[in-house]
Design a protein around this ligand. Structure first.
Ligand code: FAD
Ligand code: DLZ
Ligand code: SF4
Length: 507
């Protein structure tokens, strides 16, 4: 009897463990487009189109390679993965179910119910696409007072041998961030990610998404993402050639109208499995070894992948399913309406949100220091913030989105992931971007109609949460600066912040 091999929408890798252990001749692969996966948060239209198109291309590749694939599409209106498996078991006889572990607690819990529900053995295999398994990470974390990415990253460098010269880091340092993080200038030769023309499969998916999910957030077109592995590899080569050399230098920069700067726009391909992390890092290392990219770029980029990406994944599984309800500051304001419309006078937020609507993409520093920073300063309910990030970005899967949002950007876990809140005033945004030059607000002012809202909200956030933050050694100097301000000045800042919080939607 055949085994049912279930492949999920973020498992589009030909060497995925579930397929590696299956038999082309005997087993049946099930892929499904349950309505619930597109609506449990109302995902961006472009994100749904990307995942469905990549899934359909992958299914076609499997069929061309001789696999039997049963593909249960959106038209069947199946509510969940469980309903898709049930329909399959009703249509045919199977001896067991095999699946690679899911990327999130919600889906893994669903899978864990199948054995009892269907009365069949269910084999859940490890996801070997990650360098550190859940167990490896838990072992690394055990007994440590604080989990800090930098130490985990060094272990990953040693484990993979990436940018290693014997047991020493290439270039003599583990981390070249001190050479990075410069503001960028408009440049005629600014790279752009490679764009792909939608083929017939993608065109079909675009109509389907418009028909079924037309009222979701975001623009469906233009659609230019890679949807096949071959295209994702071309996107990787294009990035290495055109943008990687400046990646480190301008990693934290923001520029009006420049949506991608020197970023790779590869996270979505990595996260669904069209690219594997090690192949991306090996190609980066090769470019460094032949002298095409400097060490600060190669090291900085590799650190994002074998450091941050792996660390965040390990952290997600270590924390458990309750991590999602973290709310250290007890924040409860609703998300301002302009997070969905982009309709705000604050240029930094307008730029980040407008491009999010149009591209289902914003780069890291926009997510962290613009949309995330503002939400934390304004005391927005972190769960609403998490659902927004999960819905709006094409690369958003809970294992990576949730720790980045709740831990790194909202400090909602009270410092399990970050050693201090990533809070910044208008002055930080002014230093790292040209947004403020086009804004009705002034980043140098704290109070008054023209004052940048980030400024008063920044001090108000610290004052509001003094009890839980004042003991943080990294915030000591900031509280000291606030303490040195004249009483009337502090009162004026707090009263301005209260007025702003009363009219967030109108800013
Ligand atoms: P690049 O700047 O080119 O970086 C290279 C690669 O490094 C990325 O493709 C990504 O795979 C990896 N990477 C970089 N930073 C991180 C990080 N902090 N965590 C994990 N991987 C990282 N990333 C996601 O993949 N999915 C998400 O849902 C997601 N949500 C985020 C939410 C918030 C609030 C914040 C602050 C960050 C989030 N990130 C998320 C991390 C990061 O912003 C994106 O990985 C990055 O912007 C993707 O664009 P890129 O491919 O151009 O990245
Ligand atoms: C996010 C998403 C969407 C929109 N649609 C599907 C789908 O139709 N089929 C599928 O298998 N996966 C989809 N996904 C990804 C899942 O929601 C989920 O995030 C991953 O399978 C990880 O557990
Ligand atoms: Fe953003 Fe303030 Fe600068 Fe305007 S002035 S762009 S609101 S940081």
């Amino acid at each position: 009897m055949a085994r049912l091999i279930v492949v999920l929408g973020d498992q589009l890798t030909h060497s995925i463990s579930s397929l590696s252990q299956a038999s082309k001749a005997d087993d049946v692969v099930l892929m499904a487009e349950p309505v619930g996966e597109a609506t449990y948060v109302r995902h961006h239209k472009k994100k749904i189109a990307f995942i469905l198109s990549a899934m359909r291309h992958f299914a076609q590749e499997l069929k061309d390679d001789g696999w039997t694939v049963h593909y249960r599409a959106t038209d069947e209106r199946l509510p969940s993965f469980t309903a898709a498996v049930e329909a399959e078991l009703q249509a045919g006889a199977f001896e067991s179910i095999t699946i690679c572990e899911a990327g999130e607690w919600r889906v893994q819990e669903e899978i864990d119910s199948w054995e009892q529900r269907f009365g069949l053995p269910v084999t859940v295999l490890k996801d070997s696409r990650f360098l550190a398994s859940k167990q490896d990470f838990a072992q690394w974390a055990e007994g440590r007072k604080a989990l800090r990415m930098e130490y985990f990253y060094r272990e990953m460098r040693r484990k993979t041998g990436l940018l290693m010269e014997g047991d020493k880091p290439a270039g003599g340092k583990w981390n070249f961030d001190s050479d990075n993080r410069k503001p960028a200038k408009a440049d005629l030769f600014m790279p752009r990610p490679i764009e792909f023309t939608p083929d017939a499969i993608t065109q079909n998916v675009l109509s389907l998404v418009d028909q079924h999910y037309g009222d979701h957030f975001g623009s469906l077109e233009p659609f230019w993402f890679a949807v096949r592995r071959e295209q994702a590899l071309a996107a990787l080569d294009h990035f290495i050639e055109t943008a990687l050399p400046e990646f480190g230098t301008y990693q934290d920069a923001m520029l009006t109208g420049e949506r991608f700067l020197y970023h790779s726009v590869l996270s979505l391909y990595l996260n669904v499995g069209l690219l594997e992390p090690m192949e991306v890092c090996r190609r980066t290392e090769e470019a460094y070894l032949v002298g095409r990219v400097p060490i600060n770029a190669a090291e900085g980029f590799i650190r994002q992948i074998i450091g941050w990406r792996e660390y965040i994944r390990g952290f997600y599984w270590l924390q458990g399913p309750d991590y999602g309800s973290s709310n250290f500051f007890g924040a409860s304001r609703p998300l301002p309406e302009f997070y969905w419309s982009g309709d705000t006078n604050m240029v930094c937020l307008r730029e980040a949100i407008t491009q999010t609507k149009e591209e289902a993409y914003a780069h890291h520093i926009q997510r962290l220091m613009v949309t995330g920073n503002f939400a934390m300063l304004a005391g927005i309910d972190p769960h609403a913030v998490h659902e927004w990030y999960l819905a709006v970005y094409a690369d958003a899967f809970e294992w990576v989105e949730m720790p980045n949002t709740l831990g790194m950007s909202q400090f909602a876990d009270g410092g399990l992931l970050a050693s201090k809140p990533y809070a910044g005033s208008g002055r930080y945004i002014d230093r790292m971007s040209d947004y403020c030059q086009h804004c009705v607000y002034d980043p140098a002012e704290r109070t008054g109609e023209k004052a940048c809202p980030f400024n008063a909200l920044y001090w108000d956030f610290l004052e509001r949460n003094r009890e839980v933050l004042a003991g943080n050694p990294r915030l000591g100097p900031i509280f000291a600066t606030w303490g040195r301000m004249a009483d009337e000045k502090r009162a004026a800042v707090l009263s301005h912040a209260a007025a702003l919080l009363n009219k967030l939607d109108a800013l």
